[in-house]
Design a protein around this ligand. Sequence first.
Ligand SMILES: Nc1ncnc2c1ncn2[C@@H]1O[C@H](COP(=O)(O)OP(=O)(O)O)[C@@H](O)[C@H]1O
Ligand SMILES: O=P(O)(O)OC[C@H]1O[C@@H](O)[C@H](O)[C@@H](O)[C@@H]1O
Length: 482
Amino acid sequence: MARQRLREARRWARAGAVLRDLQERCAAPVERLRQVADAMVAEMRAGLASNDSEGDSGSSVLLKMLVTYVDSLPSGDEKGLFYALDLGGTNFRVLRIQFGGKEQRIVKQESKTVSIPQHLMSRGSNELFDFIAAALAKFIASEGEGFYLPEGMQRQLGFTFSFPVKQNSVASGTLIKWTKGFAIDEMVGKDVVAELNKAIKRQGVDMEVTVLVNDTVGTLAAGRYVDNDTVAAVILGTGTNAAYIEHMDSIPKWCGPPPESGNMVINMEWGNFRSTHLPLTEFDVALDAESLNPDEQIYEKLISGMYMGEIVRRVLLKMAQDASLFSDNVPLELEVPYILRTYHVLMMHQDTSPDLRTVGNKLKEVFRIEDTCFKTRKLVVDVCEVVASRAARLAAAGIHGILKKLGRDVASPDKQKTVIAVDGGVYKHYTFFAQCMESTLRDLLGEGVASSLVIKLAEDGSGTGAALLSASYSQRLQAVDD
Ligand SMILES: Nc1ncnc2c1ncn2[C@@H]1O[C@H](COP(=O)(O)OP(=O)(O)O)[C@@H](O)[C@H]1O
Ligand SMILES: O=P(O)(O)OC[C@H]1O[C@@H](O)[C@H](O)[C@@H](O)[C@@H]1O
């Protein structure tokens, strides 16, 4: 018995050592976050100055700081029926909105979400776009009461594409590289609007793509539609990214006449950020090496939904191997990459039951680990907390970087309000993450400055924003034709 207790004590000591090491390596104190924010600003400047950032995925510049050709955001006067197609990392959505101008704003809106079959993420581009166009055709066929298309008008579509694109105009652009779980090699370098248009034609649908935007740009447009003080948008979903409104005189790589507004929305593609100040662990290094895009999107792999669950799994696997945390043999499912979703992590992390019953159920459901004791469940929660806290704090540092670049990290004499629109399944559903990110931002800014900063959920903003931009740019084209 005594030997058994000794063995037991040693096991817990080893498991505890893995946790303490993780806590040390994931530590993101405020001073380190300030260094991350400063590094983000430096990379923003580099991406705005370097032309090679726009082109190939092999460019030396970390942040592509992509010019979006969106130089003016919705005025609120948008009128008419517009469609949007929002292709994200996990789902895609089709939506239609009847805009009623300044007074009526959004008169009616309908949408349908479709999860993207895993196999379509790595097959041919025709299969992916035919699948999307077929869903779009079906959705258009269900257009009912309350949506009015003027006689002879073609239906118009805003296309939100949540991957890095080199824009050639507001309505066309070529795929620079895939990220998250996509890997359709033959599509890299192709014009994504041309691919969609061909698939729409194959469906016999008469529709024109009037804008191509990143989901951060769509979210920014949607944020601005409800609050004129919106200056940036952040996505914390399957992947992560940010867009913001830059002044033309701060974009050295821009050549040609400046747009009338004097502003340009920049798609930062901040997921590709990296810095020696980022707290990386052996688990992050191994995850990156075994990912679809090794050595890329390092910041994204630390903070977004596709990866948080996988990091937690890797830590639990080490605890199982080094300390026989769950039993003498390692459960087979614990070795399966990406079997643990961020969705599971938030469910376990936010378990308030006295015996952590939800944690026990998730361990059973995902890894077929039965009869865990409270101490084991508590350790699992502690691992979730470390991974989610690091992610949320690093996201706050990124936002602090944008505020610094815009000079909005200091108190303004007129107490100017700054709004940042945020969307994505992690921010929307992972309450602890959102709260930790916002409290970290307050620590970084200080209460004075933080009191004029608003972080606002722009629910499904990327699709709404794409429809809005489709409306505002087609009206702009109309004005030019008249
Ligand atoms: N309750 C939840 N429901 C759906 N996704 C969630 C939830 N909680 C966290 N997530 C995470 O959010 C990500 C999906 O983000 P979302 O913005 O919905 O899709 P997309 O990235 O395709 O735009 C996934 O990585 C998922 O793990
Ligand atoms: O909405 P999602 O799928 O989480 O995408 C967020 C970001 O994911 C990144 O991987 C893409 O490079 C960005 O373009 C995108 O904005």
